[in-house]
Design a protein around this ligand. Structure first.
Ligand SMILES: Nc1ncnc2c1ncn2[C@@H]1O[C@H](COP(=O)(O)OP(=O)(O)OP(=O)(O)O)[C@@H](O)[C@H]1O
Length: 242
């Protein structure tokens, strides 16, 4: 098997006196989608934020996260971004007062030609709405803008946090379809609560529990065993279809 694109070893994060991650180790394959799963509040977002150097001020991070020839935990965020690490945060973080086109322009990287063709082929809606203020887009359109922004550059790994959260079922399907297309080009570490989306997209799964990795393996194996799914995630997987 090819080398992982990301190898996380013994990642620990303490924030505000809480030992949230207590020695998390896992790898992300260089192709396809790896789902990072776990019950609410287990530390999935904390993991992604630690990987991109966005742990809240005062938080303590230790361990290592090998990304290419770097340790992501000891590399400033802007260098990681330049090295091809794309991050789509949970709250989307679009600039509400700016237009769609302006949001995209801000995401251009100096010295690299922005791939507007790729973004508009995947999300034609962004092209149509280029002059609309991002704050007036629907939740699904804002999510597309947040994903579109990272796709302007040639990334080698995307970290995507709960992209379907709060979206209507039809829009969940649209976003999942778009991510499936994205994942054909670039590997994705995906935090996702919607197991239908996980089933649709993920080949590999990593499950966090009590600050550690509780299970890793094939996503379809996890979701194909209702008792395992229930034990690890606290929810059933039956009747889950994207
Ligand atoms: N800045 C912070 N200050 C205090 N506690 C925090 C902070 N950030 C995260 N936590 C706590 O750390 C734990 C993990 O949070 P995190 O958001 O990583 O979980 P999660 O698995 O992504 O949850 P969810 O599935 O609900 O989004 C939670 O108990 C949360 O309250």
């Amino acid at each position: 098997m090819s080398d992982p694109i990301l190898s996380v070893t013994d990642l620990s994060v303490r924030i505000a006196g809480l030992h949230i991650l207590q020695g998390v180790s896992f790898t992300v394959a260089p192709t396809g989608v790896t789902a990072l799963l776990g019950r609410n509040g287990v530390g999935k977002t904390t993991t992604l934020r630690a990987l991109v150097g966005l742990t809240p001020r005062g938080g303590e991070v230790s361990g290592s996260a090998r990304f290419g020839d770097r340790d992501a935990l000891h590399t400033p965020t802007h260098r990681l971004v330049r090295a091809g690490l794309g991050y789509v945060p949970e709250d989307r973080c679009v600039f509400a007062g700016l237009t769609v086109a302006e949001n995209l322009r801000l995401a251009e990287r100096p010295g690299a030609a922005p791939a507007y063709d790729r973004v508009y082929a995947l999300f034609p809606e962004l092209d149509k709405r280029s002059r609309q203020r991002a704050g007036t887009l629907s939740g699904g359109q804002q999510q597309m803008l947040a994903i579109g922004r990272v796709l302007l550059a040639d990334n080698t790994l995307l970290l995507v946090d709960e992209p379907t959260k709060g979206l209507a079922p039809k829009v969940v399907t649209e976003v999942a379809e778009a991510l499936a297309a994205v994942a054909e080009e670039v590997p994705v570490l995906l935090v996702e609560q919607n197991l239908a989306v996980v089933r649709r997209l993920a080949r590999d799964a990593v499950v966090l529990a009590a600050g550690r990795v509780a299970w890793t393996g094939a996503a379809d194996k996890l979701l194909g065993e209702p008792e395992l799914t229930k034990a690890l995630l606290g929810v059933g997987s039956q009747g889950v279809h994207a």
